[in-house]
Design a protein around this ligand. Structure first.
Ligand SMILES: NC(=O)C1=CN([C@@H]2O[C@H](COP(=O)(O)OP(=O)(O)OC[C@H]3O[C@@H](n4cnc5c(N)ncnc54)[C@H](OP(=O)(O)O)[C@@H]3O)[C@@H](O)[C@H]2O)C=CC1
Ligand SMILES: O=C1OC[C@@H](O)[C@H](O)[C@H]1O
Length: 413
């Protein structure tokens, strides 16, 4: 508990924030969104190359309040005015999902680098149009990143390094937000803003499946939801349970709820691996072989900084080589963690990180690296974001609710 408190204390109130460098990037934020301090203003405190310069909201008073609370020097009159400001290099777009496409296109066309909240857009059609925008494939094109922060966190990166996708037999991933963490008036439950639990949380579980199988789903076999039927909330799922078939007939299961039990439980990814040969010269001399059948679980796939744990449950079998007969079995269990890359192990030891860096801070590190033309150790490229939206569409189509609607702006391109 003391570890959690000290990590979070330092994350939100860094004791020694670095001075800003002369060539720091100037960011603007479109909308005084709840998530914006977590995604940007807070991690910016410890990034010497990031200045959060401006905010725009639909209501100026709201923008001013947000600016004051978060130490932002400028308030712009509108989203347009912000993206048209030549002094702004990058924008964070934390708008409702249905507005991501339009404002990302507009910002890119205004020459801004874009950090775009997850899920990237409303559906795969929008994703293809956005990530294949001609303006993104010219020399020195703007950088566009779907803010899939959890994928930048050391424990997730370490977890993946322990799993060979070719050996994965099945994956289950679950997440939840307690009932008191959402309200029916949230953007999550507005169909015209592309709401739904699959959009809000399911996307994390879907990414876990895609990445751990190292493949795309061939089919959504089932997707059962509880959803609203009234007014603007219609067809917005507050929970879902979906199964997917991956290449080789392998099955992935994902579930989430935005109206879960009172007690929060960390999101999980549970992977069953096939038996793999563990070479042992001594055993082989006596005509035997050793196999390992691993179940690997990451508890805490979304917000690793709060708490996470990697559990490795290995069942070993010694088999007679000639007959395959099992002559001995035993199990070994082991738990690991990685709040920093140094803790993640030798392969990662050179990567910058602090225990007080949230996933958002890691994401910002790589975003700035990309904008500055430096190497990025972790990235979510546009094709990844397109594939992610395809999986979301598959689930919504199977559920009967239908993929989230495209923005009218798509028709104007
Ligand atoms: N990375 C993460 O962990 C998280 C990501 N998200 C993502 O971030 C985005 C924003 O989520 P969140 O901060 O929770 O949402 P909020 O409702 O708090 O913020 C959304 C912002 O969008 C603006 N907005 C513009 N048009 C509308 C409209 N028609 N209706 C409502 N709001 C509008 C509002 O800005 P204005 O101030 O101009 O009125 C508002 O501040 C979503 O895409 C969500 O999926 C959300 C939570 C966590
Ligand atoms: O991305 C998210 O992660 C955390 C949740 O609280 C939020 O609602 C969701 O959109």
């Amino acid at each position: 508990m003391a570890g959690i408190v000290s990590r979070l204390w330092e994350a939100f109130s860094p004791s020694n924030p670095p001075p800003k460098s002369a060539d720091a990037l100037r960011f603007g934020i479109l909308g005084a969104a709840t998530i914006a301090p977590l995604t940007l203003t807070n991690p910016a405190k410890t990034h010497p190359e990031v200045i959060v310069q401006a905010i725009a909201a639909r209501d100026r008073a709201k923008a001013e309040k947000f600016a004051k609370a978060n130490g932002i020097p400028e308030v712009k009159a509108s989203y347009e005015e912000l993206i048209d400001d030549p002094n702004i290099d990058c924008v964070l777009i934390p708008l409702p999902n249905a507005l991501h496409f339009e404002w990302a296109v507009r910002a890119i066309r205004a020459g801004k680098h874009v950090l775009l909240e997850k899920p990237a857009v409303s559906n795969a059609q929008e994703a293809e149009a956005l990530f294949r925008l001609p303006e993104l494939s010219v020399p020195n094109a703007p950088v566009l990143l779907e803010a899939f922060h959890s994928r930048f966190y050391p424990s997730w990166i370490k977890f993946r390094s322990l799993i060979n996708p070719d050996d994965v037999v099945s994956v289950k991933s679950a997440s939840m937000i307690p009932w008191w963490g959402t309200s029916k008036s949230d953007i999550h439950f507005n169909y015209n803003l592309s709401g739904g639990s699959i959009m809000a949380m399911g996307t994390y579980n879907f990414a876990a499946l895609r990445m751990l199988f190292g493949a795309e789903p061939e089919e959504c076999i089932s997707c059962n939801t509880h959803h609203y039927t009234d007014g603007e909330h219609h067809d917005c799922d507050w929970d879902f349970h979906a199964t997917f078939r991956f290449p080789g007939g392998r099955i992935g299961e994902a579930s989430s709820t935005l109206r879960g039990p009172t007690w929060w439980t960390p999101s999980t990814a549970e992977v069953q691996l096939r038996a793999v040969l563990v070479p042992e010269a001594e055993l082989e001399k006596s005509g035997q072989e050793k196999f390992r059948i691993r179940k690997a679980t990451l508890h805490g796939i979304v917000h690793g900084i709060f708490w996470h744990r990697i559990d490795l449950h290995d069942m070993f079998e010694v088999r007679e080589k000639s007959t395959g007969r099992v002559v001995r079995t035993w199990t070994e269990t082991n738990s690991e963690k990685a709040y920093t890359f140094a803790e993640a192990g030798a392969d990662f030891a050179g990567l910058p990180s602090e225990a007080s860096w949230m996933s958002f801070r890691h994401q910002l590190e790589q975003f700035v690296n990309r904008v500055k033309g430096r190497e990025t150790t972790t990235w979510v490229d546009g094709n990844e974001s397109i594939r992610q939206m395809r999986m979301i569409d598959l689930a919504y189509e199977k559920s009967g609710l239908g993929a989230r609607p495209s923005s009218k702006f798509l028709g104007t391109l």
